[in-house]
Write a protein that binds this ligand. Sequence first.
Ligand SMILES: Cc1cc2nc3c(=O)[nH]c(=O)nc-3n(C[C@H](O)[C@H](O)[C@H](O)COP(=O)(O)OP(=O)(O)OC[C@H]3O[C@@H](n4cnc5c(N)ncnc54)[C@H](O)[C@@H]3O)c2cc1C
Ligand code: FES
Length: 254
Amino acid sequence: MSSAGLVDTDARVIACSREDEDIFRIELEAPRIASACRPGQFAMLEPSPGAFPVSRRPLTFSSCDPEAGSVTFLFDVVGAGTSILSRSAEGDPVRILGPLGRGWETSPGRWLMVAGGLGIAGFPFLLSTADEAVVMAGTRTGRGTSCCPPGTVLATEDGSVGVRGLVTGLLEDVEWDSFDSIAVCGPSAMMRAVVASAPPRVLGRIQVSMESRMGCGWGVCGGCPVPSSRGGFMSCCKDGPVFRACDVDWERIS
Ligand SMILES: Cc1cc2nc3c(=O)[nH]c(=O)nc-3n(C[C@H](O)[C@H](O)[C@H](O)COP(=O)(O)OP(=O)(O)OC[C@H]3O[C@@H](n4cnc5c(N)ncnc54)[C@H](O)[C@@H]3O)c2cc1C
Ligand code: FES
């Protein structure tokens, strides 16, 4: 399938490596997707196509090299799909549909990027488009902090790396007005806390990348609702996964 820039293809695994405990990086040769994808967009990946009853799983583009024709994803092993994907070897086929969704609205200026857990996965791609950026990341333990871009300001709940505490603690001294754009990605409770800690005047500058369980990834199954601040629901895969923070009804996010 290929329409309006959307490609459905068998990609070849270039490399798949363990980055940290149960965190993997996979690089796929997928030239048509590499030439079309933008930061914040995602793809639906089917590991070992046809060999196992696992439907496609959404992963955010972590980086993209249009010249080499490759895309990279960073992922946590949490269940059957990501477990199969983590066992991929060079040359294996991975069915991939993408690029999907609306990515970050990239604009010139200074960015603040705030990640919780593996929400950091997509920031290298966004960073590659930013003039200037400060990246902050919070995790429970030091697990995954080695995957953060160089210079990331770190907070860990166990104090093993960076400042002890939550990523929102890092925001206490932030000069919000010095940033033109703010990107937030991570668990919904963490994103809600970041949005709540920002002064109301900067809310229009905050974008959040939401994660819903997804069936199709392109607006057909109705399985990925995100409550809208205007009432009703938006679809995470088609209207998002990146939204303006003020468009999301945080009271109705579980
Ligand atoms: C737009 C989007 C982008 C994503 N990008 C990334 C990424 O870059 N890296 C990454 O590691 N993960 C990412 N995820 C989450 C990833 O899709 C899930 O971890 C994956 O689908 C789990 O598949 P599985 O078969 O391994 O686990 P399953 O057996 O399907 O699920 C195992 C457990 O994982 C948790 N889980 C599964 N899917 C989600 C989800 N979407 N959100 C929260 N928890 C979930 C649930 O607790 C579930 O019980 C993204 C999700 C979305 C919607
Ligand atoms: S995943 Fe099917 S509508 Fe969003």
